[in-house]
Design a protein around this ligand. Structure first.
Ligand code: ASP
Length: 580
């Protein structure tokens, strides 16, 4: 089909040229005897004018018809500054109706007001919206840059099985029944973790894969049951080697997509410090307002609430917001109170305000003058400052204040939306206690190496074993996780034991993997970068469905193909499955 130009690329430099364009009708307007049609292709939209002699040929044309138009590019008498092609238009000389379209069930426009469920049902039409096309192109670009950078660094892309044994990442597996071996199942990979480690044992040294991962979890807003990782593993390096590769990769991606220059090396912070200062393992570093521990000021307090918290080994923490006291009335503060009580199990939220040189607020009365002076001094309080205070267990104080910090950061517009702040969080705890299972479980996955100096605490003090796991955080999002792995069979067996996995059970689940360790396993480590998260950040959207071509709803339904769905009895019979 003849086509000389892409619609969105035409500019005033093309004026006078005869061009042939194709595309979908985005909008049509009649003006007296003239017809104007905005014609859309993937590159953008251009206005086409049909004069008296041509108008009759587009009489029947409606939105989403496909046209091929030949005409002359001319300057517009009324330029449209909101359109990339707004200075010009095409005066049509020839038009072919390539295909007709029924009235679309959704509004195809960036600011479409059609509900999301309907748009997902007609996703192929929804994907015609320029914003989604832009996101798909962005995602593609990220992958292209990743492939190029990693190739240059000597990484090779290797595909690993989708039909596989279960890989433990802490989620539920999607299972696939075997036809040939009735009663046996594959698990879709939660990540290629075991395979990429086997590739290191296999001597591949540097591996990557743009890998699909599957996790059967209850979905949250930024999750999908299947998602993609830029999955990387390398031998003979340590944290510095892995971080260097990822930093170079991020620099190339940010430069190549949004033209942003990242700093050479990203800040690093141990998990413990991160929790203490920001109350979360994914802090948004675009603004300050760190958590400050006031416990020391109240060692001898007679204020009963603080006294009992401190006696019970709790802490008193606060976050200060400068010049914000007048923005939070009683009602506003009550809302924050509810937020920390219900969301974070905090017993209460107290506050102090500096008003005309005097400290007021919910705990101004019970505190002694000396204590108030000490607080003012420590926090360097000025007029109109607001201080939110929580006294509770360290975990509750941190998580509640961390969440308040982010909430007020948004409410008070403290966040500079134009910057990207990366942070490596290191030294994660090796284990988490699972109340549900009544045992310690691996906080990352069970192949993560403990810090060497903590190995002797594996059984005696599992709570305080740090691991060589790390996350990369960007503007409050966890962008990737990874770790240096265990490469020693004995240590691997000990870690299994520490999480209550008997050798028998471990053998049953990944005996093949344990066996492989016996034949010369190189030290190795890697990361899995969440491609959707990365694309979301670069696209500036909070909705993961904006960066996935065919996403599911939050309840894991594909509304377009209506899956999951029932299958024929015959198919079940072949698989030896009967539905309860
Ligand atoms: N497999 C890990 C994950 O999916 C990433 C890694 O450790 O490389 O989180």
């Amino acid at each position: 089909m003849e086509r000389t130009h892409e619609n969105g690329t035409l500019r005033k430099e093309n004026a006078g040229q005869t061009v042939t364009v194709v595309g979908w009708v985005n909008k049509r307007r009649n003006l007296g005897s003239l017809v104007f049609i905005d014609l859309r292709d993937r590159s953008g939209i251009v206005q086409i004018t049909f004069d008296e002699t041509m108008a009759s040929q587009v009489q029947e044309v409606r939105n989403e018809y496909i046209l091929q138009v030949t005409g002359t590019v001319q300057m517009r008498s009324n330029p449209n500054p909101n359109m990339a092609t707004g200075e010009i238009e095409i005066l049509a000389q020839k038009v072919t109706i390539v295909n007709r379209a029924e009235t679309a069930p959704i509004v195809i426009a960036d600011d479409s007001d059609t509900g999301e469920d309907t748009r997902l049902k007609y996703r192929y039409l929804d994907l015609r919206r320029p914003v989604l096309q832009k996101n798909m192109i962005l995602r593609h670009k990220i992958c292209m840059i990743a492939r190029q950078v990693l190739d240059e660094k000597g990484f090779i892309e290797i595909e690993t099985p989708i039909l596989a044994r279960s890989t433990p990442e802490g989620a539920r597996d999607y299972l696939v029944p075997s036809r040939i071996y009735n009663g046996k199942f594959w698990a879709l990979p939660q990540s290629p973790q075991i395979y990429k480690q086997l590739l290191m044992i296999a001597g591949m040294e540097k591996y990557f894969q743009i890998a699909r991962c599957f996790r059967d979890e209850d979905l949250r807003a930024d999750r999908q049951p299947e998602f993609t990782q830029i999955d990387i593993e390398m031998s003979f390096g340590d944290e510095n080697t892995v971080f260097g590769v990822v930093e170079d990769l991020m620099k190339a991606i940010f430069k190549g997509t949004v033209g942003y220059d990242l700093e050479d090396h990203f800040v690093r912070m141990p998990w413990e410090e991160c929790m203490r200062r920001y109350g979360t393992d994914k802090p948004d570093l675009r603004f300050g307002n760190e958590i400050i521990d006031l416990s020391g000021l109240f060692a001898d307090t007679e204020f009963q609430v603080f006294r009992s918290v401190l006696d019970a080994k709790g802490i008193i923490g606060c976050v200060k917001f400068s010049n914000a006291a007048d923005q939070y009335s009683r009602k506003g503060l009550d809302k924050l109170q509810d937020f920390v009580k219900h969301g974070f199990k905090a017993k209460a939220l107290a506050y102090l305000k500096m008003e005309n040189g005097t400290l007021t607020g919910s705990i101004a009365k019970p505190l002694s003058d000396a204590e108030k002076a000490a607080v003012c001094d420590k926090l360097q309080l000025q007029d109109n400052d607001l201080v939110l205070v929580i006294a509770d267990t360290p975990r509750i104080v941190q998580s509640a204040l961390g969440a308040l910090r982010v909430r007020l950061g948004h409410e008070l517009n403290l966040i500079d939306e134009s910057v990207y702040k990366f942070l490596w969080v290191t030294d994660f705890p090796m284990f988490e206690y699972s109340e549900e299972e009544n045992r310690w479980v691996a906080a990352h996955h069970p192949f993560t190496a403990p810090k060497e100096e903590d190995v002797d605490k594996l059984f005696s003090d599992p709570e305080h074993v740090s691991s060589r796991a790390y996350d990369l955080v960007l503007n409050g999002y966890e962008l990737l996780s990874g770790s240096i792995r265990i490469h020693d069979q004995e240590l691997q067996e000990k870690v299994f034991e520490a999480i209550g996995l008997t050798m028998e059970k471990a053998r049953e689940r990944f005996g093949f993997f344990l066996d492989a360790f016996r034949y010369g396993t190189p030290p190795h480590g890697g990361v899995g970068i969440g491609l959707e998260r990365l694309t979301m950040v670069l696209a500036g959207t909070d909705n993961i469905r904006d960066v996935v071509a065919f996403p599911t709803t939050n309840s894991s339904l594909d509304l377009m193909s209506e899956s999951p769905n029932v299958v024929d009895q015959a198919q079940l019979d072949i698989l030896g499955i009967s539905i309860k």
